[in-house]
Design a protein around this ligand. Structure first.
Ligand SMILES: Cc1cc2nc3c(=O)[nH]c(=O)nc-3n(C[C@H](O)[C@H](O)[C@H](O)COP(=O)(O)O)c2cc1C
Length: 242
């Protein structure tokens, strides 16, 4: 059973056009992918994610004290179990929504410990006119630093009521996006290292080696997972069985 998880940074629930776009893509995946698939679309209003308090416990000890008080433990488990991850955000003032950013802030320390390395992802944005480039590139950048690969980004124009004036465009992109996802679920395509992901790995490895005292948690994970033995990000992916 392949699992797909979509997190949408909109509080409009069922009425969110970003969530509707994600659902359309995933329903198309169910139609074209022959294997068993299960998907979940989570909108930010359905979960409790507290804003980061900047205590730095996560970077130091790889634990967030707030995880026990909100839904982050469950969200992290879903992300870890997923075979494919979608992040979607409405454009808010030319960037991701605050709801989307709050999730990313709470996952910040995962940017250093490759929990999601090798997972394919897709990024989505909806907008009434502009800002989608900023949103898509930001979400793709975060996935890259998590060791994932945003294999594609899609955006659609909507209006403030969550209606899609360009229905035809959304249907077309929905089909295209589903075909991309199906290729990753079937193993026809997989995430590989890129020159940028190699550079990130090199910089991260030197920084973790130098900051054992300040961030013992991160160092411990690198040691336990055998990341220090890897000479490249490509080695790390191999170690993770990607
Ligand atoms: C607070 C807020 C800020 C917005 N900022 C922009 C913007 O900068 N540019 C734009 O084109 N649309 C902007 N929009 C419109 C939304 O991006 C658009 O309606 C989006 O599709 C809503 O997605 P949702 O239905 O998933 O919440 C904004 C909407 C809100 C509520």
């Amino acid at each position: 059973m392949k699992k797909i998880i979509a997190f949408i940074g909109s509080s409009k629930g069922e009425k969110s056009s970003t969530a509707q776009f994600a659902r359309l893509i995933l329903e198309n995946v169910l139609e074209i992918y022959e294997g068993e698939t299960d998907f979940e679309v989570i909108t930010s209003d359905k979960v409790n994610i507290k804003p980061c308090r900047s205590c730095l416990n996560c970077f130091r000890y790889c634990q967030c004290p707030q995880d026990k008080d909100d839904d982050m433990t469950a969200i992290k488990e879903k992300l870890l179990e997923a075979d494919f991850i979608i992040w979607g955000s409405p454009v808010y003032a030319h960037q991701v929504s605050g709801q989307m950013k709050t999730l990313i802030d709470r996952l910040s320390y995962w940017l250093h410990i490759y929990k999601l390395a090798g997972k394919p992802g897709m990024v989505l944005a909806t907008t009434s006119s502009t800002g989608h480039i900023e949103v898509l590139s930001y979400l793709a950048k975060i996935m890259l630093y998590l060791g994932m690969k945003a294999v594609k980004g899609y955006w659609v124009i909507t209006d403030f009521q969550g209606l899609t004036p360009c229905e035809e465009d959304m249907q077309k992109k929905g089909k295209e996006a589903a075909a991309v996802i199906a290729d990753y679920l079937s193993g026809k395509k997989k995430v590989t290292a890129s020159p940028v992901s190699e550079k990130i790995f090199k910089a991260l490895k030197s920084s973790i080696l130098l900051s054992r005292k300040e961030k013992p948690g991160e160092y411990e994970i690198w040691e336990k997972e055998g990341y220090f033995e890897c000479d490249s990000f490509s080695d790390l992916l191999e170690k993770k069985g990607v």
